[in-house]
Design a binder for this molecule. Structure first.
Ligand code: F0G
Length: 459
């Protein structure tokens, strides 16, 4: 007989006690939060699956690295450790640290995008697209159609449709396209990976036209794990080797180190082109801080350098995504409609299917996230019409095909027993789904409205 179970490649040294609430307390809390889980106080949350961003547990190595912070204004030792890690694990030449991912997106968008430019990409991400638009660009989605279909079992739903990209280049001309934005994995599609074969094809096409690739490398190690598991020729390669190969097919990357790299705050912009680096180095001092700290403390950069090394370990990734898949399988067994195949960083519940009685204007995913909180104290997040926002030029709502609730799993934080509780709680809400009514929006902020919008139940 052979053992088939895996376990986490760590043991637990310190714990944080959880708080439990009553149904009455939760009803009051969600009402006060305008039925928006972003506006809940974390003290009112039992299992927090809002995001995997900045919520992971650091290792003892990372914590001890925090004590080695060199808090000099310029030339901190920790900056050089981070630079070494970025070169070693990702292979990019030049590094600009930033306080988080969107700051890197801001800088690269300002440098590379001129008003009227087009940025094709494998599905939008909220902050990434907004920075492209604020720089005067227009994002065009060139992801494969399967990405918009929650039931398609395509193994690489993060792939770019080469025909769509070719058509965009033909229509607008390569001069109008500063770069293709390639995300690994694709968050809004459900944490879906892009294959190496596809990335190579995108590289060949962009090289032919002199177009760069900027890599949203926020979850590149998770993407690499899927390539290892699913793509021909990669089963025997390490996650670390696949990460490096992925980056080598792109010209630079924006990183939110709050995900893969398991820090509570931090990110960077990394590029191979000296001219872009020089401009970024100029710009970072305006928006973030000196180019050797970019809005971070020395200790934050040290924790990031160590986290990068830990993130590309095969044992870590097996357990990390193994836990997400475990939860996905449980929900599928309960008959809950989720995006399949299960993605890397969370479970995405198909709210349109879960609550077919609601129109998209009644915010099915927002409603479901609020219901799940009231049921169980579990906090999830809307990824549907509220997150999609409005077209910057026409002011009209986007109506995304995917209307999802995301149960995002922080790294190294929760146990398998927590996953059981989550699955059962969702199943209980699923059981009473027919009685659930929708929401109406009563307050809408101008930018990234999902963070602060407020709602009321429809009577
Ligand atoms: N790109 C992707 C794919 C992301 O998922 C995020 C953040 C960012 C860029 C921006 O990075 O938050 O460090 O500024 N995603 C978080 C989430 C917020 O919950 O999915 P940031």
């Amino acid at each position: 007989m052979e053992r088939s179970s895996w376990a986490e490649p760590f043991k637990i040294k310190m714990v944080e006690l959880l708080k439990m609430t009553t149904l009455a307390e939760r009803k009051k809390a969600i009402k006060e939060a305008g039925y928006n889980t972003f506006l809940l106080k974390s003290k009112d949350v039992y299992i927090d699956l809002l995001t995997d961003s900045g919520t992971s547990a650091m290792s003892d190595q990372q914590w001890s690295g925090m004590m080695m912070g060199d808090e000099s204004y310029a030339g901190s030792e920790n900056y050089y450790h981070l630079e070494d890690a970025v070169k070693k694990y990702y292979g990019y030449k030049y590094l600009i640290p930033t306080h988080q991912g969107r700051a890197a997106e801001h800088i690269i968008s300002k440098i590379m995008i001129k008003p009227g430019d087009i940025i094709p990409g494998n599905m939008y991400f909220t902050t990434t697209r907004l920075h492209q638009e604020l720089a005067g660009g227009t994002f065009i989605d060139v992801i494969v159609d399967e990405a918009h279909d929650p039931e398609s079992m395509h193994p690489f739903k993060g792939n770019i449709d080469i025909q769509k990209l070719t058509d965009v280049i033909k229509k607008y001309g390569a001069k109008k396209i500063p770069y293709v934005c390639v995300a690994s994995t694709v968050n809004m599609a459900g944490g879906q990976p892009i294959s190496m074969e596809n990335l190579k094809a995108v590289r060949a096409l962009t090289l032919k036209h002199g177009i760069k690739i900027i890599h949203d490398m926020t979850r590149v190690a998770e993407n690499a794990w899927f390539i290892q598991q699913r793509e021909k020729g990669y089963a025997k390669k390490s996650v670390a080797a696949i990460v490096k190969e992925t980056c080598s097919l792109t010209d630079g990357g924006t990183m939110s180190a709050k995900k893969d790299a398991m820090v509570n705050i931090g990110g960077f912009l990394a590029v191979n082109d000296w001219d872009i680096f020089e401009e970024a180095r100029n710009m970072v001092v305006v928006y973030e801080g000196l180019h050797t700290y970019g809005g971070l403390a020395g200790r934050d950069m040290e924790a990031m350098a160590i986290g990068i090394a830990e993130s590309v370990s095969d044992a870590h990734m097996n357990a990390r995504i193994g836990q997400v898949l475990y939860l996905g399988d449980k929900l599928i067994d309960f008959g809950v409609p989720i995006v399949q195949p299960t993605g890397g960083h969370g479970i995405f519940i198909d709210a349109k299917k879960f609550l077919p009685q609601l129109t998209q204007d009644q915010f099915p995913a927002q409603t479901l996230a609020a219901e799940l909180y009231v049921e169980s104290g579990i906090r999830s997040m809307e990824r549907g019409i509220v997150s999609a926002g409005r077209n910057a030029k026409t002011g009209k709502n986007y109506y995304p095909k995917l209307e999802l609730v995301r149960l995002t799993i922080p790294r190294r934080v929760y146990t398998q027993a927590h996953m059981d509780v989550v699955a059962e709680s969702v199943a209980v809400v699923h059981h009473r789904r027919a009685k659930i009514k929708g929401l109406k929006m009563v307050y809408e902020p101008k930018y990234l409205r999902f963070f602060q919008a407020m709602f009321e139940p429809i009577k």
